[in-house]
Write a protein that binds this ligand. Structure first.
Ligand SMILES: Nc1ncnc2c1ncn2[C@@H]1O[C@H](COP(=O)(O)OP(=O)(O)OP(=O)(O)O)[C@@H](O)[C@H]1O
Length: 459
């Protein structure tokens, strides 16, 4: 079953955007049910969404890979007593087994009871915790702050704002905080949600004229964990509601933790008063992990999957996949799947084969031209300024960054890079590389920009 699911995950990863994959597919779990495959969703929202959009695909994968009839149950994962769980399956007609109406209504009652007495729907996924979060230079500050907040919610840093590129562990940390507090204080009202979910809750409250209920739900939390807040862009009504929720929670010394793909001041199309508030507490970055940390992550993930990963293979993967931990996981899953299906030992040759598309794409994509274009786009200047002699800082700095990235991400020599930048002398390129390296150490915004550019260039 584990093999089947890891293949499904890598298929979905290829077919969906990172955002969709992360939000809808990643939180699912699978097990063997009475009638075949059973997929568990962490909450009703995910359940509904997956049923509407992805269930058919999961069924066709089950048919293809497991030779099964393709029937898949889709049920809720947690907080639901056994009797009530049946109702969830029955009332959402994914499972076809018949239950008498009286049994349904009894079980429905117990579900309602369970909901009433359970802490506010948490949206937490217990598989993300501090123990399985690998720490290194790239994330040690973020982890320390997260742990501190999990230990002292509402008093340490409020809000805690975690930002960084895609697939670098922001959601993992957010969930780890929720799970940690849940263990310490089982009665705490904790809610994890993706910003898109908040937007859709606002829309629903609007449609149903149920803002009082909406407010009651959010303003009474002890811990609000909200993921990918950049999704609030241009959603004015959502921003307004969040502004009230934010003020009310902070005033009551309830903890808020926010993740975002960028630094608070730079979130596009979000009201200034919210952006300012996001920086009230502590803002911490997660950066792409360095080589040794990538290896450590791979070894940890392999161990969790009970797969023997040789260290040389881990180094091989870590050298190929540099930008995000999600990609690292995807690469590892491919290798595990290939090794399990062919019965071959997972050595470097097998890894090369399993990752050959990825290696080919990477090799093709990273060119000096691509770097120049990406950096120019990012800084909103013309690509021609990469070759021009203009010395104004607006052009010179992006040009230097592009040179440094060309050195870092391609095998070109200093003279070749100089040539590609309008025939500059190789010492100019060397100087640019040194200067950018210095700046990266001291200017965290620039370091963040460069980390982002590296991800885009490699993707
Ligand atoms: N330091 C780490 N140790 C162990 N696993 C990690 C680490 N960082 C990330 N991961 C894993 O990588 C995957 C992607 O991480 P996560 O979803 O938290 O990224 P993210 O930063 O929230 O991405 P996005 O911006 O796309 O939402 C997850 O499975 C997570 O468990």
């Amino acid at each position: 079953m584990e093999n089947f699911w890891s293949i499904c995950l890598s298929r979905f990863q290829q077919e969906l955007s990172a955002q969709q994959f992360n939000t809808w597919i990643k939180p699912l779990r699978v097990e063997t049910g009475e009638h075949g495959l059973r997929v568990l969703a962490p909450n009703r929202f995910v359940q509904q969404w997956v049923r509407d959009r992805f269930l058919q695909r999961i069924e066709s994968l089950a048919e293809e890979l497991l030779n099964s009839s393709g029937r898949v149950e889709l049920v809720l994962m947690d907080h639901v007593p056994a009797a009530a769980k049946d109702v969830v399956q029955e009332s959402q007609p994914v499972s076809q087994s018949a239950t008498k109406p009286a049994a349904i209504s009894n079980a429905a009652k117990s579900l309602a009871q369970a909901r009433k007495h359970a802490p506010a729907g948490s949206g937490l996924n217990p598989s993300f915790n501090f123990d399985n979060f690998v720490t290194g230079r790239a994330n040690q500050l973020a982890r320390a702050a997260a742990l501190q907040v999990a230990e002292n919610p509402g008093t340490a840093y409020n809000p805690l704002f975690i930002y960084g590129g895609v697939g670098l562990g922001k959601t993992h940390l957010l969930q780890a905080i929720g799970n940690h507090l849940k263990l310490q204080r089982p009665d705490a009202k904790i809610r994890y949600l993706h910003a898109e979910r908040y937007v859709s809750d606002v829309v629903k409250a609007y449609e149903n004229k149920s803002f009082d209920e909406f407010k009651q739900q959010y303003h009474s939390l002890d811990l609000l964990l909200i993921d990918d807040i950049q999704f609030f862009a241009k959603k004015n009504r959502t921003q307004e509601e969040f502004f009230y929720a934010f003020n009310s929670l902070i005033e009551a010394k309830k903890q808020i933790i926010i993740t975002c793909d960028t630094y608070p001041k730079e979130i596009a199309d979000v009201d200034e008063r919210l952006r300012t508030r996001f920086s009230w507490g502590l803002t911490v970055a997660v950066e792409p992990p360095e080589l040794e940390m990538r290896v450590a992550i791979l070894l940890k993930k392999a161990e969790a999957a009970r797969f023997l990963l040789h260290e040389d293979v881990a180094f091989f993967i870590a050298k190929q996949v540099r930008s995000s931990v999600r990609e690292l996981e995807g690469a590892l899953n491919r290798i595990i799947a290939m090794s399990n299906f062919t019965g071959r030992d997972a050595d470097v040759n097998l890894a090369k084969e399993a990752l050959k598309d990825l290696i080919a794409v990477r090799g093709r994509q990273v060119t000096i031209e691509n770097i120049q274009k990406t950096v120019a786009d990012y800084y909103k200047i013309k690509v021609a300024e990469m070759y021009s002699k203009k010395r104004s800082r607006n052009f010179a700095r992006p040009r230097q960054i592009a040179m440094a990235l060309a050195r870092e991400l391609t095998n070109h020599s200093f003279p070749e890079i100089g040539e590609a930048f309008g025939g500059r002398h190789h010492t100019t390129v060397m100087h640019a590389c040194d200067e950018i390296e210095q700046l990266r150490q001291n200017d965290h915004i620039l370091a963040r920009d460069i980390a982002f550019l590296v991800q885009v260039i490699r993707d």
